[in-house]
Design a protein around this ligand. Structure first.
Ligand code: NAD
Ligand code: IPM
Ligand code: MN
Length: 365
């Protein structure tokens, strides 16, 4: 039996999570995975019900389970509090030791016309951002008074080494290229970052390493995304660059992520937020949460089920079932239902996958 802790959270969180859980239930039966789910309050909803964004029972449940699946947290009604939903998220990441956040972004063949970039630039983009998640300016001392404020950015050599190993190993399993992104022309933490990454690189002679300043990287991502394979970067830069990267595929709603540590349960979450403006309207794109669920299955050792979910998700997008953020008319629940239909149809329909890709490429360039 594998226990999944579900944290729907706020805004569109519960809507996108409902679709992911429905797919997981179906897969669990189809592949006999023995998944069990237990849902807990987290974020703004937990502040409202328990006066705490991360109640002790929620944290205990996360620790007990085999993986955590998170929707999103936050919203304007909680923004001014001493402990916000976002504070709870940082506390949870730290408590579970989730120092590595993996955010893959891939433009599907045949969907280049959904990118705001020209198809010839966006075509073939396939980038993994490895974001350090429990250090840097997010976790340094913070203070403010009426006239000044400060946020301390700190990194230790050990924190940089462990995330660098994750990124080099990922690059080794992909196309063997790693771009370390920093601001070493200005920041002391970035100079330590660059020096440490160069030292770790000695263990990975098969991986080609280069370095880029974060401002130049932000530019290069939209002028030549194909030059990137794995991007390794610190917490804040990774947050910003991954939102930028997400729109190369057409929408932030498409991207999933895995947050992992050296042991214990991982946490799987879309990279987008709670999108309060569209909450409750059944129009959010659940694809990023479905992609996160697929990453979760893969990490739990259910590779076949993960592959089936990924294929069904891609097939659904390619056959033209799309939510509004991608110019379509599907609702959140309608998209999820179609993914499950495609999952049920299974291998037969998936063999049409390649043909569909080829067709899309033909008509849309
Ligand atoms: P956001 O990601 O919620 O929304 C940015 C834009 O993208 C909005 O226009 C929104 O409508 C759209 N969007 C986001 N996800 C979408 C989806 N699945 N389908 C369709 N459209 C989608 O970012 P924001 O507006 O800056 O933040 C809103 C709240 O979410 C804030 O409280 C923020 O702190 C929080 N947040 C939480 C997480 C998380 O829980 N991991 C991540 C980012 C932001
Ligand atoms: C994300 C979010 C979070 C972050 C916020 C909500 C704390 O933007 O998961 O990308 O900055 O890490
Ligand atoms: Mn973010």
């Amino acid at each position: 039996m594998t226990r999944i802790t579900i944290l729907p959270g706020d805004g569109i969180g519960p809507e996108v999570i409902a679709e992911a859980v429905a797919s997981l239930r179906q897969l669990s039966v189809q592949y006999d995975l023995g998944l069990e789910y237990v849902s807990h309050d987290f974020g703004g909803v937990a502040i409202d019900r328990h006066g705490d964004p991360l109640p002790p029972e929620t944290l205990a449940a996360c620790r007990r389970g085999d993986a955590v699946l998170l929707g999103a947290v936050g919203g304007p009604q909680w923004a001014g509090l001493a402990r916000t939903p976002e504070t709870g998220l940082l506390e949870l990441r730290a408590a579970l030791g989730l120092f590595a956040n993996l955010r893959p972004a891939k433009l599907l063949d045949g969907l280049a016309h959904f990118s705001p970039l020209r198809a010839d630039i966006a075509h073939g983009a396939d980038v993994l951002v490895v974001r350090e998640l429990t250090g840097g300016i997010y976790f340094g001392a913070r203070r403010s008074d009426a006239n000044s404020a400060s946020d301390l950015c700190e990194y230790s050599r050990g924190e940089i080494e462990r995330i660098a190993h994750v990124a080099f190993q990922a690059a080794r399993e992909r196309r063997g290229k790693l771009t370390s992104v920093d601001k070493a022309n200005v920041l002391a933490t970035s100079r330590l970052w660059r020096q440490t990454v160069i030292e770790v690189a000695a263990h990975y002679p098969d991986v080609a390493l280069d370095h880029m300043y974060v401002d130049a990287c932000a530019m290069a991502l939209v002028t030549g995304p194909r030059q990137f394979d794995v991007i390794l970067t610190e917490n804040l830069f990774g947050d910003i660059l991954s939102d930028e990267l997400s729109v190369i595929g057409g929408s932030i709603g498409l991207l999933g992520s895995a947050s992992v540590g050296s042991e214990g349960p991982g946490m799987f979450e879309p990279i987008h937020g709670s999108a309060p403006q569209i909450a409750g309207m059944d129009i959010a794109n659940p694809a990023g949460t479905l992609a996160s669920a697929a990453m979760m299955l893969d990490r739990l050792g259910f590779g076949d089920a993960a592959q089936a979910l990924t294929s069904a998700l891609e097939y659904t997008l390619l056959e033209g079932c799309r939510t509004r953020d991608l110019g379509g008319e599907a609702s959140c629940s309608g998209f999820g239902a179609r993914v499950r239909e495609n999952l049920r149809a299974g291998a037969g329909r998936m063999t049409a996958h390649r043909e569909l890709i080829a067709m899309n490429r033909g008509c849309c360039g």
